[in-house]
Design a protein around this ligand. Structure first.
Ligand SMILES: NC(=O)c1ccc[n+]([C@@H]2O[C@H](COP(=O)([O-])OP(=O)(O)OC[C@H]3O[C@@H](n4cnc5c(N)ncnc54)[C@H](OP(=O)(O)O)[C@@H]3O)[C@@H](O)[C@H]2O)c1
Length: 259
């Protein structure tokens, strides 16, 4: 499995399972199935209200905790110092784990000073509760402000990133500063898996639209976290290694923005 190295030295798998909307049994089943198929990275958030379901899926899979990369996020309403510490502690308890691999600010909140939030994140990291810290939904302006105030490296920015929301400028900005980028909603919440031009292209290459999109992203070293409740789709989305996109496919995907 291809990985990205984070500031702590941890290896973040380039593909993970997204779990937004997957609560209760759906969440547990998806996590257990994904781990059984070979996924080793799970993306969740306090706002998804599914930590306990995710933990149950991890337990059911039998995969050791230290082989799984677990990401969670602190909601934008809870970015005060004490609230960030409480959110991290609650995440550990609900996820039934001693540490998170990555803990993100879910959304920027202009009404709370970033310095306060990053001071709390540094504390959470120093306590050993999280290995790395990062952000989500931060554009270049937010990152510039964050980099001014943080005392610990920002490991990751998780943003909307797919063929019609091409984040090339943000990706380059992050790459120059050793910040990894994760694409959320890589499949446009499923919308692109039926897109006509991608279906035609996929048929010619013996690949599905989902595979073409995920491959296009990981080729840019962008981490992907597609969500699925279907074993077939989970397996299909993981089958993006050991083959290459040709120029035609890459150019089609590069030029889909605004189409
Ligand atoms: N940081 C943030 O603010 C933020 C915001 C949104 C999302 N996220 C994260 O990103 C993850 C992924 O984004 P997302 O959940 O919005 O949507 P997505 O992964 O782009 O799309 C999920 C949809 O695609 C379908 N699907 C998956 N694989 C498929 C395949 N191979 N063929 C056909 N359909 C397929 C799924 O249906 P089936 O179940 O039928 O497969 C599901 O309806 C989230 O779950 C969450 O963890 C983060």
């Amino acid at each position: 499995m291809k990985t990205r190295t984070l500031p702590s030295g941890a290896e973040m798998p380039i593909i993970g399972l997204g779990t937004w909307t997957l609560k209760g049994k759906d969440g547990t089943d998806a996590v257990a199935t994904a781990l059984e198929l070979g996924y080793r990275h799970i993306d969740t958030a306090l706002a998804y209200d599914n930590h306990r379901a995710v933990a149950a899926g991890i337990r059911r899979s039998g995969v050791p905790r230290d082989e799984i990369f677990v990401v969670s996020k602190v909601p934008r309403e809870n970015l005060r110092y004490e609230e960030v510490l409480a959110a991290a502690e609650r995440s550990l308890e609900e996820l039934d784990t001693d540490y998170l691999d990555l803990f993100l600010i879910h959304w920027p909140n202009p009404s709370i000073p970033m310095r306060e939030t990053f001071t709390a994140l540094a504390e959470v990291r120093d306590k050993g509760w999280v290995r790395d810290i990062g952000v989500s939904n931060f554009d270049v302006g937010h990152l510039e402000e964050a980099l001014e105030v943080t005392t610990v490296p920002i490991a990751n920015d998780q943003v909307l990133y797919h063929p019609q929301r091409n984040q090339e400028r943000l990706r380059q900005y992050c790459e120059e500063r050793d910040i990894t980028v994760t694409s959320y909603s890589p499949l446009g919440k499923g919308e692109f898996t039926n897109e006509r031009s991608l279906r035609r292209l996929g048929e010619r290459h013996g690949r599905t639209p989902a595979q073409l999109i995920l491959k296009w992203l990981i080729d840019k070293d962008v981490i992907v976290i597609p969500r699925s409740t279907s074993r077939e789709h989970l397996a299909e989305n993981l089958d993006i290694f050991g083959w290459e996109l040709d120029d035609e496919a890459r150019q089609t995907l590069d030029s889909m923005e605004g189409s």
